[in-house]
Design a protein around this ligand. Structure first.
Ligand SMILES: Nc1nc2c(c(=O)[nH]1)N[C@H]1C(S)=C(S)[C@@H](COP(=O)(O)OP(=O)(O)OC[C@H]3O[C@@H](n4cnc5c(=O)[nH]c(N)nc54)[C@H](O)[C@@H]3O)O[C@H]1N2
Ligand SMILES: Nc1nc2c(c(=O)[nH]1)N[C@H]1C(S)=C(S)[C@@H](COP(=O)(O)OP(=O)(O)OC[C@H]3O[C@@H](n4cnc5c(=O)[nH]c(N)nc54)[C@H](O)[C@@H]3O)O[C@H]1N2
Ligand code: SF4
Ligand SMILES: [Mo]
Length: 743
């Protein structure tokens, strides 16, 4: 595909095409029925919910669910894998499949076991599963671990951590460790609360949004409607992203059909700033410096509601413009214009995603944004504040339910009361630490509630090696993925099929990134008892826990009725009191203590805590550090890895990304000047080498990305690089991967 055939706006026709294709497919009817099922969207954490007759957002407005929602449902509605499928294909054969092919195999429909040295996954009974589980969990607690991904329910998440804590293990790794952990850690330090302080309703009052390191048109499409409305009320939108994402410049939303038809879409960005990857802290210190110089800092506010602001102001004043511009690659003039817009706006929301968190200074990135919000008085009032845009549809709920290695003191107390003993003080492993511990032979058993721990990690060879040292791994999943075929355990690898959110035989709840709790009704699966053998996640976990812990002090089997789980949640999880009677009230609610519309925060003294965020030192390794023996023609670029339009995390739905003009998965997006400098031409096939591995036959695509920067899709790119993490939150620097592009 050539540059000229790229769409000139995000959203628009490709989205409509997708809707039509899916609605006319054989699953079309079931798809429409599912879209009307009362349950939260499976895809992202923006929190859109289905209900009879349509979908609503958290402000109660009816709207279309986006194509991403349809994509996720369509994939869940696939036919079941045939009973003899796994007899026909060896594990070596299955390892040849790519992500999309794995997903297309169909829904997992019966429990499977692959034994050490075995060539095939074999069907087993649930009774066999429980027997293996009993043995696997009866191990020293520090050698038992779990990993989870944010699509399961609050109830399953709560039970998972309760079972682990009852065992005495704190090894609760979660996909959020690879995602927004930097936001949770950073915001907790500043405000005492690790989630967004802005509700959807509050966002509607903003007159400026600063959107940093987010590709919302693809990953949080319904946020785009809010941005369009903000521009329509003369608000300003500042985009900060090294790459021009076309949908952040102009977006054609089905909610604004006239604009989409007549003008090709609605304008989004007022300013589009393209910093060097990993330099956002420097950019925000620059914005702070300029705010001071333009006399736009809210001194009275800082004095009344915050601590530590003098140091932050001193640091910005002392840091030279030269240092700032050299680090972030943005001119003082451009920074000044942005600062002016922020400082002159009344109500600014600062929102961000992975471009901010996935760096070795991710926590500083988050804090530098929070500091900027505070210097301008934009925290603790309607229409303003800090807003991490969460990933998986219930990833935030997992954190709230205590699936974390950083358990809040209040929850710890409450859980130890419930369990009748104090919780273990042994620190748990987060996702990265878990891989390292496994590689060092310290883990015997691993229970994965969803996700794809193998492919989500950096350095896929290390991930494979590490998982291969664990005796028993349980993969609880709805569909096959790369991890099931490459992340094999030393002795027993099990794949356990479960119902998804709209199929569970009981009610569940989920929490959105805006702190809104939705009730998901009971559903029915299209998989029939005669061709499948699925259970719910809640049944699976409670049954294992029952066999391990018996009936006291917790009657686990009784908790198979999720009403009782919600009652426990209400008693033990801060802000969740209303969940206790949600079955009868049916009232979905905003979690107490999270949304700040007054400048009184969740810190001990109620004041926000600013602290200095040092400028990062960003280096570009020379060509000869890539240990290539013969002289090569090539160029070193800083690679950002991320999602294409047609994928959900490690699961690829379609191979091309029309919006970026990337026709397949094996492309690198580069600036035209870098293509020339490297001595290449567009569409040429090259090698890309990082500090952990190399990919061959990668097609160069020319695009609107900052000079010196490249972009590739994950999970394929994860073979290239080792994990360089921010030690404060454990999140890998997926967005700053130095690579050599060469022939
Ligand atoms: N359809 C769909 N929806 C999804 C997902 C999906 O895979 N598909 N995944 C879900 C999940 S788990 C998550 S976490 C979110 C992810 O949502 P996003 O965070 O929007 O996704 P990414 O593709 O990781 O890319 C983030 C953006 O960061 C920019 N960026 C890279 N480096 C930098 C930098 O140093 N500074 C700045 N300012 N920007 C940078 C990239 O150019 C890119 O536009 O989406 C969720 N929603
Ligand atoms: N290079 C690079 N790597 C990255 C990132 C990046 O930007 N760049 N992003 C990181 C981020 S932000 C994240 S969140 C992680 C994602 O990491 P994970 O959350 O571990 O991976 P997913 O691909 O979302 O997991 C998908 C699988 O979940 C299973 N599943 C789906 N629905 C359900 C359900 O209802 N129940 C159960 N039990 N299973 C279900 C399906 O089998 C599916 O195959 O990847 C991280 N890795
Ligand atoms: S924006 Fe997110 S939550 Fe809303 S419909 Fe789209 S994928 Fe679902
Ligand atoms: Mo994520």
């Amino acid at each position: 595909m050539t540059q000229s055939s790229k769409p000139e706006a995000g959203g628009g026709l490709p989205v409509v095409q997708y809707w039509v294709e899916n609605s006319l497919s054989p699953q079309g009817l079931k798809l429409w029925q599912t879209l009307n099922h009362k349950s939260a969207c499976l895809s992202c954490a923006w929190g859109t919910g289905g209900q009879e007759g349509g979908f609503v957002n958290e402000a109660g407005e009816s709207l279309q669910r986006c194509a991403k929602s349809v994509e996720a449902i369509a994939s869940e509605l696939q036919a079941p894998l045939k009973a003899h499928f796994f007899d026909q294909y060896t594990i070596q054969g299955l390892q040849q499949l790519n992500s999309q092919q794995c997903d297309r195999l169909g829904r997992l429909s019966y429990p499977l076991l692959l034994k050490a040295g075995g060539s095939h996954y074999q069907r087993i009974s649930w009774e066999q599963v429980y027997q293996i589980a009993e043995q696997a969990f009866r191990q020293p607690p520090e050698r038992v671990a779990c990993y989870s991904s944010g699509r399961s329910s609050n109830e399953a998440a709560y039970l998972l951590q309760l079972m682990m804590r009852a065992l005495g293990s704190n090894n609760l790794a979660d996909c959020s460790d690879l995602c927004h952990a930097a936001s949770t850690v950073g915001l907790k330090q500043v405000f005492g609360s690790g989630t967004s302080m802005v509700s959807l309703d509050s966002l509607k009052h903003a007159d400026c949004v600063v959107l940093v390191g987010s590709n919302a048109p693809a990953n949080h499409p319904r946020l785009m409607n809010e941005l369009i409305k903000l521009r329509e009320r003369n608000g300003k939108i500042i985009i900060i992203n090294p790459q021009i994402e076309v949908g952040l410049v102009k977006f054609a939303s089905p909610a604004f059909p006239i604009k989409s038809l007549l003008q090709g879409g609605s304008d989004i960005s007022t300013f589009y700033v393209q910093p060097i990857p990993g330099s956002d802290t420097a950019l925000f210190v620059g914005i702070q410096k300029s705010l001071i110089e333009q006399n736009l800092v809210k001194q009275d506010y800082l004095q009344a509601y915050t601590q530590g602001w003098q140091e932050v102001i001193n640091y910005a004043q002392q840091t030279s413009w030269e240092n700032i511009t050299n680090t972030c690659g943005v001119s003082p003039e451009e920074i000044t214009a942005v600062a002016h817009t922020i400082g002159k706006s009344e109500r600014v929301v600062f929102a961000w995603a992975m471009g901010i968190t996935q760096h070795s200074n991710g926590v500083d990135n988050v804090k530098s944004i929070a500091n900027t919000a505070l210097l301008t008085g934009n925290a603790g009032k309607l229409g303003a504040g800090t807003m991490p845009i969460r990933g998986h549809s219930n990833v935030q709920g997992f954190g709230s339910m205590g699936v974390t290695i950083r358990l809040r003191e209040e929850i710890k107390q409450a859980l130890s009361q419930l369990l009748g003993h104090s919780l273990s003080e042994t620190p748990g492993y987060d996702a990265r630490a878990l891989i390292d511990a496994a590689e060092a032979g310290k883990i015997n058993s691993l229970f994965c509630l969803g996700g794809n721990l193998y492919a989500a990690n950096p350095d896929l060879h290390q991930a494979q090696r590490a998982l291969g040292k664990i005796n028993t791994i349980f993969y609880v999943a709805t569909k096959p993925n790369l991890g099931h075929f490459h992340g094999l355990a030393a002795q027993n690898t099990l794949i356990l099929p479960v119902y998804n959110r709209f199929e569970n035989p009981h009610k569940t709840t989920t929490e959105s990134g805006n702190n809104f709790v939705r009730l998901n009704n009971e559903g029915k699966s299209h998989l029939q008892p005669n061709n499948s053998d699925l259970i719910s996640e809640v049944e699976l976990i409670t049954e294992i826990a029952h066999r391990l812990h018996g009936e006291t002090p917790i009657n686990w089997r009784r908790l198979q009725d999720t009403t009782y789980v919600r009652q426990l949640i209400a008693k033990t999880i801060p802000g969740y009191a209303k969940i206790g009677d949600i079955d009868t009230t049916k009232s979905e609610f905003t979690i107490a203590g999270r949304i700040f519309t007054e400048p009184k925060f969740a810190t001990p003294d109620g004041k926000a805590q600013l602290s200095v965020t040092p400028l990062p030192e960003l280096n570009i390794p020379p060509v000869d550090s890539f240990s290539i023996s013969t002289p090569v023609q090539g160029i070193v670029v800083i690679l950002g890895t991320g999602r294409s339009y047609g994928q959900h995390n490690t699961v690829v739905y379609r191979s091309e990304d029309k919006y970026r003009g990337m026709p397949h998965r094996h492309c690198i997006l580069m600036n035209p000047n870098d293509i020339k400098k490297g001595g290449f031409e567009e569409h040429q096939r090259v090698k890309v080498k990082g500090d952990a591995g190399e990919l061959e036959n990668i097609e160069i695509i020319s695009g609107a990305i900052r000079e010196g920067v490249g972009f590739m899709f994950y999970p394929e790119a994860n073979v290239l690089f080792k994990a360089h993490i921010d030690p404060r939150c454990g999140t890998p620097a997926y967005k700053r991967v130095p690579v050599l592009v060469y022939r």
